[in-house]
Design a protein around this ligand. Structure first.
Ligand code: HDE
Length: 711
């Protein structure tokens, strides 16, 4: 894919006010122009320095050379202290129906109303250049460019957080980041300081369950849920409040990699998630999420056995259902990574009329931190004027000056004033549509540094999460704890952590301890509960849609191309992406000697972990060549080990014979297909429809984790 740089002013969608605004800032390569300095002076040569004699020293008066090097020297800005690695896209949010009975937010006021958005996904721990597929929380930050100003919903792909109070954030981040003495590990939590902190801070236990689950190794940004995490408030035009939690649900369902696959992907394609998002949008497969809300009446604030102000707790969906209120589609890639994705500045305090905060102490601290961090990262107070951050609503205030000021303000810069008829004037105390007023609440309390007792149960919801998992999800959680704690060098930290896990579930703690070679911990003092919340299990979050899943058609010379083409066209009709992977580039010979399949990707340049499934066509030559190729055998074996669907046509079934456990289902007379645990074989020469249906069904199931080794 080429680098698409549009020429100035082109490519704007006039129905999208944000895109129309950005058009004014775009600059493409000129059609025919002499290179200039920053001052617009056309110059003869920026390839050779000005020097005294051909072999002499460079002269200080070389202003072209100095300008070029100086600009280059200043290209870098500080990366985000957390969430440094990210990828983003533009799109729109569309409201399903007016929510004016709950909120006066304009962007939620009308069925079909579209609001432009910019969404940045990220990992948390690693630096800008780290791999995408590490085990980590993913950021899911959305900027809504509403007609009433920018609203930022700065969420994650997990609904809870590690700590309850923002004042602990620097400690948490210092612990999770690479260790200070040797700057290791990059992008991961499997090290002593992280587990030291968490084992001493039991409020992290619930979040650790999420972080050790497959939610921390998503298949794609497009297949992740998003959560606002905190409880916020909706506020109506007449000032009535309702507590609200935000949920993004991906249309493609929630799907993950498996841990071995994620680690291999980090090497084979460190940009795996970035590429996936970019390519999906370029191909017109626009990712989509539904926004849902959980609503709690003000008077029900204290009616749960947890505190809704505590960000280490969810409100189980079985207690308060999620009500869909709109959908978001991402349909445009940014054009310059630095200008847009890197300079995007999100802030939890960017809210609009109709939305307000709760007293969640984590949220209250974030409301300070995000503005503060942009000041250092973007070098001054005018970052809201950067194209990506500009609201589409008009801006009027008396803020002036500062680094990088882009506006030539005229007139006075204070209020009250008589010289400019007191403009801009205050919105006023009277309630008015489109004018933000803080939600009025009565606060009465002593000034103290203490957490509410209602924040003190750190285990019940961790148990709820564990109880709600399918067997395979539990296996993965156990394996993740074994991996992470297995990398911890200090025995006391491992013991303390396993002790905490015993308070979540005895079986969990016992299995983790066994993997670490430790004695099972004492039975926990307090009883565990057996409540479940089915909405938490990924088993219940797959809609059965195979579209945009990527299938490698692994083939070599001598392929039966007619049969495979018949399958591939049926897959393509279902939105599946099929790529022919061959031993080399070019065209593969058909079994009849003519030209067969066009190779999309040569085997040495790719890997099984970059696909969701493998399809191996038949044909004498192709099967023999693949069986003799260690790379091809590994490709299939790895797909099997990672629980992926494998389809084999005709004699290609032979390739499975070398893989331990890869036994085909018994032949069902007349069906023409043998299918079990994602291994799908076409066994009759004739009709392929049974095979196609079974393979598509396997793709929609995503993975067959029970095929993987048990622990
Ligand atoms: Fe953030 N967080 N955070 N965070 N966070 C940042 O802001 C912070 C928290 C989240 O794509 C920083 O611009 C504090 C929870 C996302 O640009 C910083 C606390 C959640 C992003 C910051 C939290 C998040 C950030 C770093 C504890 C999920 C990336 C650079 C109270 C609801 C946004 C920046 C993007 C980024 C502070 C906890 C999500 C330092 C103090 C909880 C998605 O300001």
């Amino acid at each position: 894919m080429g680098v698409g740089i549009s020429t100035a002013g082109s490519g704007a969608d006039r129905d999208d006010p944000k895109d129309a605004q950005l058009a004014a800032f775009r600059s493409g390569p000129p059609e025919d122009a002499v290179v200039t300095t920053d001052q617009g002076v056309r110059v003869d040569d920026t390839d050779n320095s000005l020097r005294a004699g051909e072999r002499g020293p460079t002269l200080l008066e070389d202003f072209q050379g100095r300008e070029k090097l100086t600009h280059f020297d200043h290209e870098r800005i500080p990366e985000r202290v957390v969430h440094a690695r990210g990828s983003a896209a533009y799109g729109y949010f569309e409201c399903y129906a007016s929510l004016s009975d709950l909120t006066c937010a304009d962007f939620l006021s009308e069925a079909g109303l579209r609001t432009p958005v910019f969404v940045r996904f990220s990992t948390v721990q690693g630096p800008r250049g780290s791999a995408d597929t590490v085990r980590d929380v993913r950021g899911f930050a959305t900027k809504f460019y509403t007609r009433e100003g920018n609203y930022d919903l700065v969420g994650n792909n997990m609904p809870v957080f590690f700590i309850q109070d923002a004042i602990k954030f620097p400690d948490f981040v210092h612990a999770v980041k690479p260790e200070p003495h040797n700057e290791m590990p990059t992008g991961g939590t499997a090290h002593d300081t992280f587990w030291d902190f968490c084992s001493l801070q039991p409020e992290s236990t619930h979040m650790l369950m999420w972080a050790m689950s497959d939610r921390a190794i998503p298949r794609s940004f497009r297949m992740m849920q998003g959560f606002g995490v905190h409880t916020f408030r909706f506020v109506t035009a007449d000032g009535r409040g309702t507590f609200v939690k935000f949920h993004w649900r991906p249309k493609l369902g929630v799907a993950s990699q498996v841990w071995d696959e994620a680690q291999l992907t980090a090497g084979k394609d460190p940009d795996f998630h970035r590429r996936d998002l970019w390519e999906a949008i370029e191909a017109g497969n626009f990712p989509e999420w539904e926004l849902g809300v959980q609503l709690v009446a003000e008077e029900d604030e204290r009616s749960f056995d947890f505190d809704i102000l505590d960000a280490t707790k969810i409100i189980p969906e079985e207690l308060v259902p999620v009500r869909p209120i709109g959908r978001m589609v991402l349909d445009r890639n940014p054009e310059n990574f630095f200008a847009e994705t890197e300079q995007a500045a999100f802030h939890t305090a960017n809210i609009v009329p109709g939305i307000d905060f709760s007293n969640d102490p984590l949220l209250q601290g974030r409301n300070f931190s995000y503005l503060d961090t942009q000041l250092i990262r973007l070098g001054g107070p005018n970052f809201a004027q950067l194209p990506v951050n500009r609201p589409v609503a008009e801006v009027h205030h008396n803020h002036r000056d500062g680094y990088g000021q882009q506006v030539i303000h005229r007139g006075t810069s204070y209020a009250p004033n008589s010289l400019n008829a007191n403009q801009p004037h205050q919105g006023g105390q009277e309630r008015q549509a489109g004018v933000f007023q803080h939600y009025q609440q009565r606060i009465d309390g002593d000034v103290i540094r203490r957490r509410s007792g209602s924040f003190s149960d750190h285990y019940s919801q961790a148990t709820l999460f564990w109880n709600s998992m399918a067997d395979w999800e539990r296996r993965h959680i156990v394996e993740a704890f074994r991996f992470e704690l297995g990398k911890v060098e200090t025995a006391e930290i491992r013991e303390r952590m396993v002790g905490n896990l015993a308070r979540v579930d005895a079986d969990l703690a016992g299995r983790v301890a066994e993997g670490l070679g430790m004695p099972a911990p004492e039975k926990a003092a307090e009883p565990h509960h057996d409540r479940t919340s089915p909405a938490l299990s990924q088993d219940n979050l797959l809609p059965g849609d195979p579209s945009t899943r990527k299938v490698a058609v692994l083939a070599a010379d001598g392929v039966d191309s007619a049969r495979v083409t018949a399958v591939v066209s049926a897959l393509t009709e279902r939105g599946v992406i099929a790529e022919v992977v061959g031993p080399r580039g070019g065209t593969l010979r058909d079994q009849d000697g003519g030209s067969g399949l066009e190779v999309d990707t040569a085997l040495p340049t790719t890997a099984s972990v970059l696909y969701d499934a493998v399809l191996v066509p038949g044909g004498e030559g192709t099967v023999r060549a693949l069986a003799e190729s260690p790379d091809a055998r590994r490709f299939v074996e790895e797909a099997y080990r990672h629980g992926k669907p494998i389809g084999v046509l005709d004699n290609a079934a032979e390739l499975l014979s070398g893989i331990s456990g890869a036994d085909l289902a018994p032949d069902v007379e007349g069906s023409g297909v043998r299918s079990r645990q994602g291994l799908v074989a076409a066994v009759s020469e004739g009709d392929l429809s049974g095979f196609r249906d079974a393979f598509v069904e396997a793709l929609a199931a995503h993975r067959f984790p029970d095929r993987l080794s048990a622990s």
